[in-house]
Design a protein around this ligand. Sequence first.
Ligand code: SF4
Length: 338
Amino acid sequence: MKWSYSDSNCFFQCRRLYYLSSVLANSISKDPLRKRAYFVKNSMNFDMWAGHIVDKFISKILIPAINDGLEINFDEYAALAVEIGKKQFDFSANKLYESSNKTEGDIEYCVLDIHELNKPYDESEIGKVYEKVRLAILNFPKIKMFNTNVSLYQHLCNNKDWLMPDITNTGFAIDNINVFPQIDLRVSGATFIDWKVSQSQISDYSRQLSIIGLVAYENRKKRNQTGENPRKIDYDHISLFEVNLIKGTIKQHSFNENIANNVYDHIFLNSRDISLIRQKDDKPSYVTMIKYEQTEGHGCSLCKFYELCTHLTNSKHNYDEAAYFKSLTDEFANTLHD
Ligand code: SF4
């Protein structure tokens, strides 16, 4: 079973949300419903989009430039990041994600909820996203490495031969549970960075970072077992940093045996709860959908699957794309959970 932090969050939020986003959504399916669910799953509001532009810019342009030892003018790079944001906007506005060969890994790939879900918006909000992106890139060279006077940028330049951005194919498996988190940047050895552009004071990313710590720990353990470059495994050697590019801050997340065991427990218990509902051969259908209980309450009004969930519930899973699209343009969506 594949387990991810975001699937787990969906599962806690609402079982039906988990169904729509993790069982139904499929990028390569020929079934129009499964494809639509995939686009909805990937759709972003403006806050998420700002983070997405910054993530993509750092992994595809800035880190490779540092790796190549290029002289970086951050004013020019900030302008370039905004240009990429504009390309992403056009990509989404023209709904190229429906037909293009580009995938989530491409720098221009973008699905905005204003286009996919027809959300109303004010033009000024787009300008605010570009301003946030610009600020994030301009802040980059000002951030100091944790508890030192060395800038983060200088630290990355000093480790330029080891930088590995956007890792998605490294993880671990325990008891048939596969965990492959997205890792923003591996600096060197067991030092990892996660980029954030959230302005929230209450966001807590400690569990998300700890999962990356587990990947480092499990991989070292595996290499020791296979005799490949054996070294002592020590939780203290794993450094997990959250860099907030809007606040200009860097925070180190603790990682020790206790934290690691708590995260293992969380993964085991959550996977067990999911597997109690989800069968290996689950076929997305009405019968399957109703096994996943829907959540009543205010969560629905904020849910990106609201319209699709309503449509499938009311139509007993007989997806009618024209009717679904119409529901997106109606001022008031149908009443959910009749
Ligand atoms: S709209 Fe409500 S019930 Fe449906 S998936 Fe979202 S949170 Fe769950």
